[in-house]
Design a protein around this ligand. Structure first.
Ligand SMILES: Nc1ncnc2c1ncn2[C@@H]1O[C@H](COP(=O)(O)OP(=O)(O)OP(=O)(O)O)[C@@H](O)[C@H]1O
Ligand SMILES: [Mg+2]
Length: 485
């Protein structure tokens, strides 16, 4: 934690309040949101601050105190308006017109040092008109899990929102899926945008094509600005969204990540990943691995993610068809699979050590790798990490040297498919110049971190927090995840 000194209740110098906020969404008018206020919490204990994000926001971490964080994002001092965004969504296939920011709001939008507009969005900041029966809160464990997921995915190269801060708020919450009472938190996230597929679905439901068009113009202006001059900018927007979502889905799959709740209110219009509730990283390659205990029909299981995202894009055609020609959108969507396959192939080859591989054997290697991972049920992340740590030039000499030294040999050595995989990997290495071996070693190391954010690991850092308020293992884990380069 940063210990630079400023008085606790001094707001005039809070760097978060002097940022240059752009009222981009606010300027659309109140058809899209409700002004709300934050809950008054009994406590504001800073548990996490993402100093790595501050330079992007134009802030020097040394100049931002812990009190600045908790005053801005726990007490919500000095910032208005706070906007609960309105949206609907298909949840597990059923349309829900009673959604919207029920436990969060848009705190503000700023132009970052990379020139992009970013949203600060809260989660667990109190009730809004969209809370329905909910308490408007986020559990501390929910905050911990979202911080970890976002950082891990970011490090794995997934296009994701990130958490800026997480503050414990001192309430006792009751939840069916956590031992209760359980502690509360508020989390603030930096997103490329909080506009969701469901934001358009709501406007369609309300039969307001005028509002949809205004919103789409806004989306293009801020998030697809290179399309503004194009005369067919609307369909080009949809085609690019298809590409972004297809690539995002491939990034999840290669990272071994199961998002768990791919409802259309959790699909960003910028193609960015966000909302990490019951997610899980897969322990082993199991296509039907399902992360949410309430996903009874495995709708959002690991291997369904590409087809579900494609379906969500197809459903988005309905609200957009008032503005964009449906046949043109259908044609754009046919490219989904091609984009997905290209990105998945490229990412998996990187995990296997190849920045690129223009050999007919490349696809064979990919297929054999997946088949091996599935048949053997060795750890998905462990397999690639073991490749990275055991890789040696001797792998070129003899197929029997491939993976030599790895613990996996003892569990997989008997499998014919493992032998075939080693033979093929050895063969591919021999197609390449020997100078290329160093590049492979580096590519393996870069794309396969040691620490996989599997559930038992998350539980192991949560336990000390729950039992004795010991945050050291959590802090250590975040450091481990984020230090991989
Ligand atoms: N404890 C709660 N109190 C009030 N509303 C809630 C609560 N939990 C979830 N909701 C609402 O239920 C809907 C679905 O929740 P979901 O968990 O997907 O979103 P979220 O996690 O709250 O927010 P986000 O999608 O921004 O991460 C949203 O409208 C959300 O605001
Ligand atoms: Mg959500």
């Amino acid at each position: 934690m940063n210990l630079a000194q400023t008085p606790n209740n001094e707001n005039s110098h809070n760097p978060f309040l002097t940022l240059n906020y752009e009222p981009a969404l606010e300027s659309l008018g109140d058809d899209y949101y409700d002004e709300v206020s934050a809950a008054d919490f009994p406590q504001h204990i800073l548990r996490w601050r993402n100093d790595a994000l501050l330079p992007l926001l134009g802030l020097n971490p040394q100049a931002v105190t812990d009190a600045d964080f908790s005053n801005a994002f726990g007490k919500f001092q000095g910032r208005k308006p706070l906007l609960a965004l309105r949206y609907h969504g298909y949840q597990f296939g059923t349309y829900n017109p009673n959604l919207g920011d029920g436990r969060g709001f848009l705190y503000g939008q700023i132009r970052a040092t990379d020139g992009q507009l970013y949203d600060f969005g809260t989660k667990g900041s109190g009730k809004t008109p969209y809370s329905r029966g909910g308490d408007g809160m986020l559990t501390l464990k929910g905050g911990v899990r979202e911080v970890l997921a976002a950082e891990a995915l970011h490090q794995l190269g997934v296009r994701t929102s990130r958490c800026l801060t997480m503050i414990e708020t001192g309430l006792s919450l009751w939840r069916g899926d956590e031992p209760s009472p359980t502690r509360s938190s508020v989390m603030v996230r930096v997103n490329s945008s909080h506009i969701r597929f469901g934001t358009f679905e709501r406007l369609h439901y309300l039969q307001r094509p005028d509002l949809s068009k205004k919103l789409l113009d806004h989306v293009i202006q801020y998030y697809y600005p290179h399309l503004i001059e194009e005369k067919n900018q609307y369909v080009l927007f949809y085609a690019e969204l298809v590409k972004r979502v297809a690539e995002l889905t491939a990034q999840w799959m290669a990272a071994g990540f199961c998002h768990a709740v791919l409802n259309t209110d959790n699909m960003s219009i910028t193609g960015e990943s966000f909302d990490y509730g019951p997610y899980a990283f897969i322990p082993t390659y199991d296509p039907y691995f399902t992360a949410a205990y309430f996903d009874y029909y495995r709708r959002y299981c690991y291997s369904h993610q590409p087809s579900i995202c494609q379906l969500n894009l197809e459903m988005l055609q309905e609200p957009l068809k008032a503005i964009i020609d449906k046949a043109e959108m259908e044609s754009a969507l046919t490219k989904f699979n091609q984009y997905y396959q290209a990105e998945y192939r490229s990412l998996m080859l990187k995990k296997l050590g190849f920045e690129e591989l223009q050999l007919p054997e490349a696809n064979e290697l990919l297929n054999l790798t997946i088949q091996f991972l599935q048949d053997s049920q060795v750890g998905y992340h462990q397999f690639f990490y073991e490749m990275a740590v055991n890789f040696a030039n001797t792998w070129r000499d003899d197929p029997e040297m491939v993976m030599k030294g790895s613990d996996l040999i003892s569990t997989s050595g008997e499998l014919k498919i493992f032998e075939n995989w080693c033979v093929l990997y050895h063969k591919i290495l021999n197609y390449l110049d020997s100078e290329y071996m160093d590049v492979i070693a580096q590519t393996l190391a870069k794309n396969n971190p040691q620490t996989a954010l599997l559930r038992p690991l998350i539980e192991s850092v949560w336990e000390p927090i729950a039992q004795e308020d010991n945050w050291q293992p959590f802090d250590d884990l975040v450091k481990k995840i984020t230090s991989h380069s």
